[in-house]
Ligand binder design. Structure first.
Ligand SMILES: [Zn+2]
Ligand SMILES: [Zn+2]
Length: 395
């Protein structure tokens, strides 16, 4: 049989959909996933997992000792948090919590995780080694993965390989992106304050205009990607916020810019950091002002290791078909599972969840939704990949 867990996962479809919709109706923000974590912990406990709660504040870890001898431990990770977005969809399972919404699909990840937990527990007698499930809080910018790592999720037993997934409205249902190397970008932020010299709008000669300096900095920052980064590489410098001034006849004393920087390699990342600082400070100095630059280091690039990626590819191809696996796509989006993959070799893949207009809205959009038919396929792929890894296929 080519996709060993698919029939059983498909038989669970109604249950997976019910779990996902219940979570979708009751979304919880990062580090506040109390109800979600309780549901996960109860399910894992009932399935015979050794359960640890409160790992990284609201994270849950489940351990299953297989019934066959084996030295390996495979980690499977599922994030649980929602976003501060008011849902605009009309579905019967829309969010019941004002201003909070599962707009990234992490509700689907938890449902897939519970499906994986169920099938692996059912097949415990033929599993060699240990299955470690990591139900993670606060993926959306709050550092949930690191919080769980600091609380020991990668210790005792230390995983040999780590696997994870993200549902994707950028890809069709029945397809997946499985690639080695950097698949998602490092994501850092910057805050930049221009200090000028305020004064009367009629007498610019007596001032240093922070608005004009800020405008020059915004333009000059775009030369970093255009003129400093190797054209073979990919990078982004975005100024997303610019605040200055209060009145039309007043020259502003200060201006504040905030932005995001994306890169796939440590070299480009370092270059972006250095040039953002140099360009901002240099332009400000040239125009008689002073720029204060603060970089905020965010998540690392999500880098998939070669052998675990080959395992995931085989598992995904067995479920979806070889011709439905995209091996080249990558995105400048960031993902904090990168913190795990920086410490344990593994693979993170995208599972296509788009089938019509309703399921084509971008992630983080107030109308985001998925085609739930992806849930059983996600379960089958991860169960198969986990078992292959426990047999050492990733080594
Ligand atoms: Zn997201
Ligand atoms: Zn996400």
């Amino acid at each position: 049989m080519s996709a060993p867990f698919l029939a059983e996962a498909e038989a669970m479809r109604d249950e997976l959909v019910a779990i996902r919709r219940d979570l979708h109706m009751h979304p919880e923000l990062g580090f506040q996933e109390v109800r979600t974590a309780r549901i996960v912990a109860e399910k894992l406990g009932a399935l015979g997992y050794e359960v640890q709660t409160g790992v990284g504040k609201t994270g849950v870890v489940g351990l299953l000792q297989g019934g066959q001898p084996g030295e390996r431990t495979v980690l499977l990770r599922f994030d649980m948090d929602a976003l501060p977005i008011q849902e605009e969809s009309e579905t019967p399972y829309r969010s019941q919590t004002p201003g909070v919404m599962h707009a990234c699909g992490h509700d689907a990840h938890v449902a897939v995780g519970i499906g994986v937990a169920t099938l692996l527990a059912r097949h415990r007698e033929r599993i060699p080694g240990i299955v470690k499930l990591m139900f993670q809080p606060a993926e959306e910018g709050l550092g949930g993965a690191l919080a769980m790592i600091e609380d020991g999720v990668l210790d005792a037993p230390r995983p040999d390989v780590a696997l994870g997934l993200h549902v994707s409205s950028n890809h069709d249902l029945g397809s997946a992106v499985v690639r080695s190397g950097a698949m998602m970008a490092a994501s850092d932020g910057f805050r930049l304050v221009v200090h000028g010299h305020g004064g009367h709008g009629a007498h610019p000669d007596q001032t240093v205009d922070a608005v004009l300096v800020a405008a020059h900095i915004v333009v000059a920052l775009q030369t970093i990607v255009a003129r400093n980064v190797n054209p073979e590489e990919t990078a982004v410098v975005t100024v997303g916020a610019l605040h200055a001034g209060e009145a039309g006849n007043v020259i502003a004393q200060t201006a504040e810019l905030r932005g995001t920087i994306r890169s796939f390699s440590p070299e480009v990342r370092e270059l972006l950091h250095r040039r953002v600082r140099e360009v901002a400070e240099g332009v400000a100095t040239t125009l008689g002002a002073r720029a204060e630059v603060a970089l905020r280091i965010g998540v690392d690039a999500t880098v998939n290791a070669e052998r675990p990626t080959a395992v995931m590819h085989a598992a995904a191809a067995a479920v979806l078909g070889e011709d439905r696996i995209n091996t080249s796509y990558r995105t400048t989006g960031g993902e904090d599972f990168s913190a795990v993959l920086a410490r344990v070799p593994g693979n993170f893949f995208f599972l296509g969840a788009r089938s019509d207009e309703r399921t084509s809205f971008p992630h983080h959009n107030p109308r985001f939704d998925i085609d739930e038919a992806c849930l059983p396929t996600g379960v089958a792929i991860l169960c198969d990949a986990a078992l292959r890894c426990l047999h050492g296929a990733h080594e």
